[in-house]
Design a protein around this ligand. Structure first.
Ligand code: NAP
Length: 541
């Protein structure tokens, strides 16, 4: 390392998705030299990798985009309510070109390690091509769901057919025509893919471990007038999203589901079901805090499944029994209807577990399924997974993995920073509102806060920023207290880490509301970054 000339920048950003692109734009505008490293050969992050059939957004497109530029909002026109992956990827490419971001993004480059050098007071970034780069600030924009989980099922290497994970889908089209296809997993990815693949494949076998509460998306093309009106109301929409609980401009009904007479509640649920999208989860305020209210929502969805799916045995297998919403709410397009097709078979792997993958398919406890293609829609090692894939080491050579005890003892301040790792910022990191908020809006708030913080430090000749142990302990305790007051923590999901064998159970999403969170972050900044140690090198050495 010593013989090499080491390039130096003010900031290194990981990932060229929604987070990395906007971080680069912000830092450039504030005069920080910045380089973004991206493992893929294009921008897009999650929308670059998730090219599986049926992949689309489940937040309405007019809200699932950047709001930092009025001009950008006016220039870009979404075709439909829930556009497909390709359209979102086009949008992010447009953004990269519009703001001339590509010149500071190095593609096809993985950061393997980032070590805080205590002599230089800077981060040494190690790249997969053997290069190093020195930076004052190290910022991760790698998302919460980028570490794919391919379950360790015996025999996968022997499989004679092709297999894919939804999160690492090939760029070229996978042709299912005339093929016997198996898909493992019925989360958001599986539920989007299943109806589309079923239309093409000769036979689709769905290996389901846990059924899902899913609501019709009711996608539709946007009318020209609607788009015009939306663009006209940009400022109001932006304000409303940024001041909301969830980063969308919808107010939640403040009533309890239990306060409503049965017929009225039924009508409310019916209306939300017909409307599609996330309206259902906002019908009552206590669906995720009151078990009785939760069961009312759960039973409504079960009744819909029983109406749609013609075979009552299949319908029953598709009816979830756990609490509604403790796994992420899924939106679908003709998911339950797909089980009425003759070429679709549902296999309950709780009843008959997968034993192994053979050369010819999947062996369960009581059957062998001949397959030519296997799809793993088996999700991700969420929240900490993407960070743990990189060897991030702070003071005294301690890694993030060691500090957080493999995920058993995650502690952050505001979900943005962690003690012992100076000048490290995590965009939508653990213990921030992240995935339970409209992600682009959550990202914008983080990016702007980080950029402002860096600007403040520069203006005040401060070289290092690091939270105090006390501040992060208080924040983590607050996060846990808020989460423990909800039903989320009772579910087995990637939210709680229960989807990954051996992963310590913890709930790492801040549930206090995006509006409260933003206000709190702003107060921290206004109070000269209370909770942080602000260090000048002159006084350290
Ligand atoms: P997921 O929600 O974690 O679902 C994974 C599925 O695989 C579950 O059904 C799980 O069963 C099953 N599974 C995992 N390991 C298995 C095994 N060894 N044997 C059998 N089944 C197994 O993952 P995902 O569907 O990729 O979604 C992850 C998240 O990504 C979503 O919650 C969402 O936040 C995001 N996403 C969003 C969109 C969108 O529309 N915007 C689309 C896709 C994904 P269990 O439930 O029993 O664990």
């Amino acid at each position: 390392m010593s013989s090499q000339t080491i390039k130096e920048v003010d900031a290194v950003v990981l990932g060229a998705g929604f987070a990395g692109l906007y971080m680069l734009h912000q830092l450039r505008s504030k005069g920080f030299s910045t380089i973004v490293y991206e493992a893929g050969d294009g921008v897009g992050g999650v929308w670059y990798w998730n090219r599986y059939p049926g992949a689309r957004c489940d937040i309405e497109s007019i809200y699932y985009n950047y709001t930092f530029s009025k001009e950008l909002y006016e220039e870009w026109t979404w075709t439909s309510r829930f556009p497909e992956q390709a359209e979102i990827l086009r949008y992010l490419n447009y953004v990269a070109d519009r703001f001339q971001l590509r010149s500071d993004i190095q593609f096809n480059t993985r950061v393997t390690a980032a070590h805080f050098d205590e002599k230089r007071h800077k981060w040494m970034i190690h790249l997969n091509d053997g290069q190093y780069i020195l930076t004052r600030y190290f910022i991760t924009g790698i998302g919460c769901l980028s570490a794919a989980n391919v379950p360790n099922i015996q025999g996968l290497q022997q499989f004679n057919g092709k297999w894919y994970h939804t999160g690492h889908w090939p760029h070229e089209k996978v042709d299912f025509t005339g093929k016997r296809v198996g898909i493992i997993g019925t989360g958001s990815s599986g539920i989007q893919a299943i109806p589309v693949i079923a239309k093409e494949a000769e036979q689709l076998t769905v290996f389901q471990r846990t059924p899902q509460y899913t609501i019709p998306a009711r996608n539709h093309a946007y009318e020209e007038d609607f788009i015009k009106e939306t663009k006209k109301n940009f400022e109001a929409i932006k304000r409303s999203m940024r001041n909301s609980v969830s980063g969308t401009p919808f107010a939640q009904n403040q009533q309890s589901a239990m306060e409503e007479p049965d017929d009225k509640r039924q009508a409310v649920f019916e209306k939300a079901w017909a409307q599609g999208g996330f309206a259902f989860s906002a019908t009552y305020h206590d669906l995720l805090t009151n078990e009785q209210s939760n069961e009312k929502a759960a039973e409504f969805i079960r009744s819909k499944i029983r109406q749609i799916v013609k075979d009552p045995v299949v319908a029953e297998k598709l009816c979830p029994k756990y609490m509604y919403g403790t796994k992420r709410q899924v939106l679908d397009s003709d998911y339950f209807e797909t089980y009425n097709r003759e070429n679709v078979l549902l296999v309950d792997v709780k009843e008959s577990p997968i034993q192994k993958i053979t050369g010819e398919g999947i062996q369960t406890a009581d059957n062998h399924f001949d397959l030519e293609i296997i799809i793993f829609a088996t999700g991700y090692d969420g929240m900490t997974g993407p960070l743990f894939k990189i060897d991030i080491r702070g003071r005294n050579g301690v890694s993030l993995k060691e500090k957080w005890k493999d995920g058993a003892a995650v502690q952050t301040y505001l979900g943005l920073t962690t003690a012992g790792f100076p000048n490290l910022f995590m965009i939508t990191g653990p213990e921030s509102p992240s995935v339970l908020v409209n992600m682009p809006i959550a990202i914008e708030q983080h990016v702007e806060w980080i950029a402002e913080c860096m600007h403040y430090l520069r203006e005040h000749d401060i070289d290092l920023v690091e939270p105090t142990i006390e501040a992060e302990e208080a924040w983590s305790t607050h996060c846990r207290d808020v989460a423990n007051a909800t039903l989320y923590v009772k579910g087995d999901s990637w939210y709680t880490g229960a989807n990954i064998e051996g992963k310590p159970r913890s709930f790492l999403i801040y549930l206090g509301g995006f509006d409260y969170y933003t206000k709190h972050c702003n107060e921290v900044a206004q109070n000269n970054y209370v909770g942080f140690k602000l260090m000048k090198l002159k006084s350290i050495s």
